[in-house]
Design a protein around this ligand. Structure first.
Ligand code: NAD
Ligand code: LMR
Length: 342
């Protein structure tokens, strides 16, 4: 019985290692990662994925509730990284000291019938206050913002950092990875492919019509009849709402978001270690008329190393882009005004 327990344990460790290797090609491991909102629906599974990665040596968990418990729990996992919990605004700055990567899933999620913009009133001030602490103690960190509405929270954090005189546009990212994860999954399902081998760039923003999947640039190359392409595009744009409806009042995507958030955090860790990694993210941009825009980004130790732009668009994708810009500009302005007019 004892030997079968050891066999099972070895299998579990092996499986976790495989999962981590999927995200990591480097064995170097000395990145301190902080999660703000670590006790939440996203925060907990995201912290679990970070804890099992050899890329992370220190994991700092901040929330306004429950982080001592979450940290004690995760701290028993037999991986090298050290976990520490911080709770409440008095401990916020300590939680961020020395962090090189900061991931922010703090804030309320949607309920059925709400738009992401309906979260603005609550989440804007949460992200503003977290960004203020980043400005004061970790201005050189690479920051990934998950909190919605991403189209506004990224401009909010950026304006706060600007006001503090420490803004570096290359270091602030809106995490849109879940849109790419979903597009890969849906395309793979329709074409009978292995989703792990599919890569669909998704550009624009992170809400409804601002989410622009570039199916024409999918790898491997795929084609759909017009009506199927339209339905697929709309499903990707509304996939968050699909989960909100299915959860029926119990929140929005948490597990798939934790996966996507970990994927993006590991990309930042690997970039910090000098690997050249490409991920889509919502960043300060001059690619379109919108001041912030998601495109494939080559990441390096200083954050954005190169913006790869939108590439060659089909007529269908050009129309999607045209429809997205006014909404994006409005969302961005709202975020900027929140910081500058208050
Ligand atoms: P949740 O309510 O389960 O968890 C949010 C956590 O944030 C809670 O633990 C809460 O205590 C904490 N929190 C609240 N105020 C805080 C503060 N001032 N400082 C630190 N922590 C604070 O919500 P969730 O399901 O984890 O979703 C979190 C956010 O992520 C929502 O805004 C949601 O819309 C967004 N989201 C974004 C994406 C994306 O693709 N970018 C995907 C899914 C969800
Ligand atoms: C998502 O895309 O799942 C998130 O933005 C959460 C939401 O409100 O849809």
């Amino acid at each position: 019985m004892f030997s079968s327990a050891i066999r099972n344990k070895s299998r579990l460790v092996f499986d976790l290692q495989k999962l981590s290797n999927k995200f990591s090609t480097s064995n170097q491991s000395n990145v301190k990662v902080a999660v703000c909102g670590a006790s939440g629906g996203i925060g907990q599974p995201l912290s679990l994925l970070l804890k099992q990665s050899p890329l992370v040596t220190e994991l700092s968990l901040y929330d306004i509730v429950h982080t001592p418990g979450v940290a004690a729990d995760l701290g028993h996992i037999e991986t090298k990284s050290k976990v520490k919990g911080f709770v409440g605004p008095d401990q916020l700055k300590d939680s961020l000291k020395g962090a090189e990567v900061i991931i922010i899933p703090a804030g309320v999620p949607r309920k059925p019938g709400m738009t992401r913009d309906d979260l603005f009133n609550t989440n804007a001030s949460i992200v503003r206050d977290l960004a203020q602490a980043v400005a004061e103690v970790a201005p050189k960190a690479l920051v990934g913002i998950i909190s919605n509405p991403v189209n506004s929270t990224v401009p909010i954090a950026s304006e706060v950092l600007k006001k503090a005189g420490v803004y570096d546009p290359n270091r602030i990212f809106g995490v849109t990875t879940l849109d790419i994860v979903r597009a890969n999954t849906f395309v793979a399902e329709l074409k009978g492919l292995d989703p792990t081998n599919v890569n669909v760039p998704v550009i624009g923003g992170h809400s409804g019509i601002t989410i622009i999947p570039l199916i024409s640039q999918a790898k491997p190359s795929v084609e759909f009849p017009k009506d199927q392409l339209k339905a697929l595009t709309e499903r990707i744009q509304e996939a968050g709402t699909e989960v909100v409806k299915a959860k029926a009042g119990a929140g929005s995507a948490t597990l798939s978001m934790a996966y996507a958030g970990a994927k993006f955090a590991f990309a930042l860790c690997r970039a910090l270690k000098g690997e050249s990694v490409t991920e889509c993210a919502f960043v300060k941009s001059d690619v379109t008329e919108a001041k912030y825009f998601s495109t494939p980004i080559v990441l390096g130790p200083g954050g954005i190393a190169k913006n790869l732009g939108v590439g060659k668009l089909t007529d269908f994708e050009t129309e999607l882009l045209k429809a997205a810009i006014p909404e994006l500009k409005k969302n961005i302005q709202k975020g900027e005004d929140f910081v500058n007019k208050n």
